[in-house]
Design a protein around this ligand. Structure first.
Ligand SMILES: [Mg+2]
Length: 189
């Protein structure tokens, strides 16, 4: 089968990583309880920043956020490696800017994710993901972002949501731990 995955906040814990970097740069000590309770994807409110200030800060720190030590979610790498070992195809579809494509791909490889030639898509808008997913004919696709998930509901692809504080209203099969994916997809573990 063909499996597709978003990267940020689906396979790796990017917002939490950024949250630590914000605390460090702003010399603040905002608690993780605040982070866990955020009902928005953006994290700037937790630091008392406006949308504009938050956007500027994110942009100025983007390389550090993307390419320093962000943690993959538990079991994400192992489960994807297992899929590949079982003969399934794994694709990545990330809306990070195209300028970060090669470096992001290398980061994923260096951090233990299986990335096959031609299976890495980067630099599309949220609304363009649907075309890539449809053209690839994915059997399964997992993302965290409500705005993206909404565009996929007419596809034959089985769409799943990676459980996060800001997507609790999304009514789709939900992956809380990556260990749940094989069973959800009807695979032997
Ligand atoms: Mg995401």
């Amino acid at each position: 089968m063909k499996f597709g995955f978003d990267i940020d906040d689906t396979l790796i814990d990017l917002r939490k990583h950024a949250f630590h970097i914000y605390n460090d740069k702003l010399q603040m000590n905002v608690g993780l309880d605040i982070f866990e309770a955020l009902d928005t994807m953006e994290i700037h409110q937790a630091f008392g920043l406006t949308k504009e200030e938050g956007g500027k800060l994110w942009h100025s720190l983007r390389d550090e956020i993307y390419f320093s030590g962000c943690s993959p979610f538990p079991h994400a790498r192992e489960v994807l490696q297992q899929l590949v070992a079982q003969g399934h195809e794994v694709y990545y579809i990330t809306a990070r800017d195209r300028e970060h494509s090669e470096r992001t791909k290398m980061w994923m490889i260096e951090n233990g994710f299986p990335v096959a030639e031609g299976h890495f898509y980067c630099g599309m808008s949220d609304s363009e993901k649907v075309h890539i997913i449809a053209n690839l004919g994915l059997d399964y696709y997992v993302d965290d972002k409500p705005k993206v998930l909404e565009t996929l509901l007419h596809l034959p692809t089985k769409v799943c949501v990676k459980d996060r504080s800001y997507n609790q209203h999304v009514n789709l099969p939900r992956i809380t731990s990556w260990q749940e994916l094989p069973e959800l997809a009807g695979l032997a573990t």
